[in-house]
Design a protein around this ligand. Structure first.
Ligand code: ARG
Ligand code: ZN
Length: 889
């Protein structure tokens, strides 16, 4: 059944307090739930309907006495409740089976430890409840369990009592001082150890920070703890938001559907986003941990103190919190250039993952209008595009104005469940003379209209008038259910460069004087023109600096203009973007050309420009690595109307090989000068150096693959064995695997032997092989062998993702096979996973979202594979919604 945003109605009852008592047992856990409820005086009197799922109901008491109830499907219905406004007690006793819970929603067991995941609708799998975020209650939780097997008993808030019970059992009682929606409930019970840190806040209050892990993992908790401390400090410094709890806990589990969860005071994390030391984690892992720890911590205010009225408002907390974690990571960068690198990385995610979503069958507004399964809407649109919408608000009101808007938002809404409108209104009201306030209703189209706007820019230089007229035309293609779009509010940050690359002052005719540097213009109409005056020659526009809006910018740059921007633009984002445009143009030309794929698609001018960047005396290594990285196959494919994935793959590989060979000496130089970085530190400078050295090594191995040279594969193998940290070791291994070196097999075997007890490292080992460059169709058979490997466990989401997603979603060259075997593999895995874990299965189901763009024979084969999945009678709502939308026209 479809849930619609317009059907929102407030709850007929409020739940003020909840007392939960758990007798934890993996086979049969007993849950006693005592609630105090009252009728919502604003809603007509009606029956109480409580959500439940996979529960065994044993007893229902109202005010201590038996009462009549019925089950409508899985909903518990109570019709004869006391009339009037007085509160009453409702006691419900149920049992559930955590050990059988393979969905990982509700209460489940992972490696003999109990965990919960309640967002979005998992609490109903623990007890009957009004499982909706606008019902906020005070929780008291008592946990009882065998003391030897479950020595640590955790829940939200403060530990108020603990002690022993007969028969080797013990208990702990937790009281959460803050009201919360049930999706923020959590409990953990098991054998865990904690790294602890006491911090004193600005107001002098002391807090206890804890990171709980399995006993063997203590040596991998320092970075998560440092990230947590930095998060506490940052939120107080930047937004004046203090930690509101005596104790803040993070617990890691290796079985988790998503990245992490912001349960009040008791965040539960995928181990992938907690555990790191230099021997087992890469620089990317370190930086992801910093972001995710920050993200979950920042939810404590944006999500928990102020929460969502309903799940359509998910971006209220997620878009805002992603924006906050992005800003946090940027503010931790000492150098401006490192901030720019972070921005480029964030935009790259948006454009390779969100733009395709916005153009495909699952396209939806940042605030969706309907869903079948809410879990399918934890998307890059709600998260990353939502963050861009918040970022545009900051652009429109300024940094100080944004902080004022946040302050007003909390003054108005602390302790309540609100909507995206409420947030935008607070931002506008705190900045009454801003462009945001002036344009608020139109700005909010970013929340209601799906699809990526296209901004087409055209420039005309009038030598006689010494003026340059820039015309910007915006449009947005139809998306499912939205045939026609109204114009968006689009902030365009821009500058003008002269032919030598020097920044020109900007002056519109009605301005009294020119202004130097970047200026923002706010588009509101379908077509708008700006005439800049006092220009002695035709300028080169640098448009959408810093990626000031989540749009596709089309401007017919000449190669010379792009080379100029790459060499000189003062905006690092656009400098990088110019390089990407040059590469993209060459890729598209080679893809669209007739006949077999050209061996050398790159011209001397492009290669010379890349040589110059690589050897540049002042650019950061991290920035160089980004510029030298070609646009991904996915991004290239999005630019085409009809996609032959094998041709895209072949062209990009040809470009890579040419770059490897043509810049051989530069790669040698880059490797030799960046490979040694002393003791491992995950800071942006040494991370950038390792990234560039790693890229250089992979290019040198690729060049060796072409010319049969054995020197660099030998060096890579040596590096693989001697490396002092996982980043260097893994890059060396990936260089061997990626270039198909005979030494790769031996290195893979050694790597496995070295890390066979490190689950997260084994995930990398699996992912590297499943994502390897396809050579003559060799990846699929390898993937099938990996599924039979004794260390492969389909039930573990990280492991399933490391093999199946790495192949189906991250390896287009290996996956899109003319014989359709990749699609057959996909459909088998979707069906198999759906019986275990619908959320993970539905993510995998999205791998074929863009099937309609495929050329034949891929297109028909993909449609058949999706139809095969859709024909299954027993699908989950999750997978059913995805495949139904994929097949709709
Ligand atoms: N709120 C969590 C976060 O963004 C994600 C939880 C997603 N859970 C789910 N079942 N879809 O940090
Ligand atoms: Zn979040």
């Amino acid at each position: 059944t479809v849930v619609r945003r317009e059907d929102y109605a407030p709850p007929a009852f409020w739940i003020d307090t909840v007392e939960l008592a758990f007798d934890l047992d993996p086979v049969k856990t007993r849950v006693l739930n005592k609630m105090r409820l009252r009728r919502n005086p604003d809603v007509a009197a009606q029956a109480l309907r409580l959500d439940g799922e996979d529960l065994n109901l044993a007893r229902v008491l109202v005010n201590g006495a038996g009462c009549s109830f019925k089950l409508d499907g899985e909903t518990l219905v109570l019709e004869n409740l006391p009339e009037g406004q007085d509160p009453f007690d409702l006691e419900i006793f149920t049992t559930c089976a955590p050990e059988k819970n393979t969905q990982l929603m509700g209460l489940y067991v992972s490696q003999s430890t109990f965990f919960t995941q309640c967002e979005a609708e998992g609490f109903r799998r623990i007890t009957y409840f009004l499982d909706r975020p606008d019902v906020m209650a005070s929780y008291t939780v008592t946990l009882r369990a065998d003391k030897a097997r479950y020595p640590v008993l955790l829940s939200n808030g403060n530990l108020v009592e603990q002690g022993d019970l007969p028969d080797g059992r013990h208990f702990a009682k937790w009281v959460d001082p803050h009201k919360k929606p049930c999706y923020l409930f959590a409990l953990v019970a098991g054998q865990l150890v904690a790294r602890e840190q006491r911090v004193v806040a600005r107001n002098g209050r002391e807090h206890l920070l804890q990171v709980y892990v399995r006993p063997g993992d203590m040596d991998k908790t320092e970075h998560a703890m440092n990230s947590l401390i930095a998060s506490v400090v940052w939120d107080e410094a930047r937004f004046g938001l203090p930690l509101d709890l005596e104790r803040f806990m993070i617990v890691a589990t290796s079985d988790f559907n998503m990245g992490a969860m912001e349960n009040k005071g008791l965040n539960i994390f995928n181990t992938k986003y907690v555990l790191a030391n230099s021997a087992t984690a890469t620089d990317t892992d370190f930086s992801n941990i910093e972001s995710v720890v920050g993200h979950e911590y920042f939810h404590n205010w944006t999500g928990n103190r102020v929460t969502c009225r309903d799940w359509f408002q998910l971006s209220l907390k997620e878009g805002l919190t992603v924006f906050r974690d992005q800003e946090f990571s940027m503010d931790l960068c000492a150098e401006a250039s490192a901030r720019a690198v972070k921005r480029i990385e964030d935009v790259r995610v948006l454009r390779t993952a969100q733009f395709p979503e916005d153009a495909g069958p699952m396209a939806h507004p940042v605030r969706p209008d309907s869903y079948v399964e809410i879990n399918n809407f934890y998307t890059v649109t709600v998260y990353e595009k939502g963050a861009e919408v918040v970022r545009m608000m900051q652009t429109l009101v300024g940094r100080a104005g944004f902080a004022a808007g946040m302050k007003l938002y909390f003054e108005r809404h602390d302790g309540s469940a609100v909507t995206c409108d409420d947030f935008a209104q607070a931002m506008a009201d705190a900045n009454p003379s801003s462009d945001l306030a002036r344009l608020l209703p139109q700005f909010k189209r970013w929340y209601s209209q799906a699809g990526t706007p296209l901004v087409q820019a055209r420039g005309v230089y009038d030598a006689a008038a010494r003026s340059y007229t820039l015309t910007l035309t915006q449009s947005c293609a139809p998306t499912p259910g939205q045939a026609h779009k109204e114009p968006f509010v689009i902030p365009v940050a821009m500058g003008l460069l002269d032919a030598q690359g020097a920044e020109l002052p900007l002056q519109l005719a009605h301005w009294s004087q020119p202004e130097a540097g970047t200026r923002s213009f706010v588009l509101t109409e379908a077509v708008e023109s700006f005439t800049f005056i006092n220009l002695d020659s035709e300028p080169v526009p640098s448009l959408l600096r810093g990626f000031s809006a989540p749009v596709v910018l089309d401007f017919d740059y000449s190669d010379a203009q792009l080379l100029g921007l790459l060499a000189h633009d003062s905006d690092p984002f656009n400098r990088w973007e110019a390089g990407q445009r040059l590469a993209l143009r060459r890729a598209l030309n080679a893809i669209r050309a007739d006949g077999p794929v050209e061996r050398d698609p790159l011209d001397a001018a492009y290669l010379e420009a890349m040589h110059t960047v690589l050897r540049h005396p002042t650019l950061d290594a991290a920035f160089k690595e980004l510029v030298l990285t070609l646009p991904s196959e996915t991004y290239i494919a999005e630019q085409l109307d009809v996609v032959d994935p094998q041709r895209v793959h072949a062209v990009r590989e040809a470009m890579r090989e040419q770059l490897a060979l043509a810049l051989h000496d530069d790669w040698v130089w880059a490797y030799e000068t960046h490979k040694d970085n002393g003791a491992y530190r995950p800071d942006p400078v040494s991370t950038g150096r390792r990234a560039l050295a790693g890229m250089a090594l992979s290019m040198l191995c690729l060049a060796a693959h072409g010319n049969g040279d054995l020197v660099w594969p030998g060096k890579a193998y040596q590096r693989f064995k001697d490396a002092g940290n996982m980043t260097d070791r893994f890059n060396a291994l990936a260089s061997l695997v990626g270039s198909g070196q005979p030494l790769a097999q031996d290195a893979l075997a050694r790597f496995h032997a070295m890390f066979r007890h490190e689950a997260l490292v084994l995930d990398k080992w699996f992912a590297l092989q499943a994502g390897a460059t396809d050579r003559g169709g060799n990846v699929l058979p390898a993937v099938r062998r990996l599924l039979a490997h004794p260390d492969f466990h389909l039930r573990n989401p990280n492991r399933a993702r490391s093999v199946i997603f790495s192949y189906c979603s991250a390896n287009p060259g290996g996956f899109h096979r003319a014989d359709a075997a990749g699609y057959t593999f996909w459909s088998e895995r979707v069906i198999e996973l759906d019986a275990i874990n619908p959320q993970v299965a539905a993510r995998l189901a999205r791998a074929l979202d863009r099937w309609k763009k495929l050329a034949e024979p891929y297109r028909s084969a993909a449609r058949e594979a999706i139809a095969r999945v859709a024909a299954r009678p027993d699908l989950s709502n999750d997978v059913r919604e995805v495949v139904t939308r994929a097949l709709a026209d």
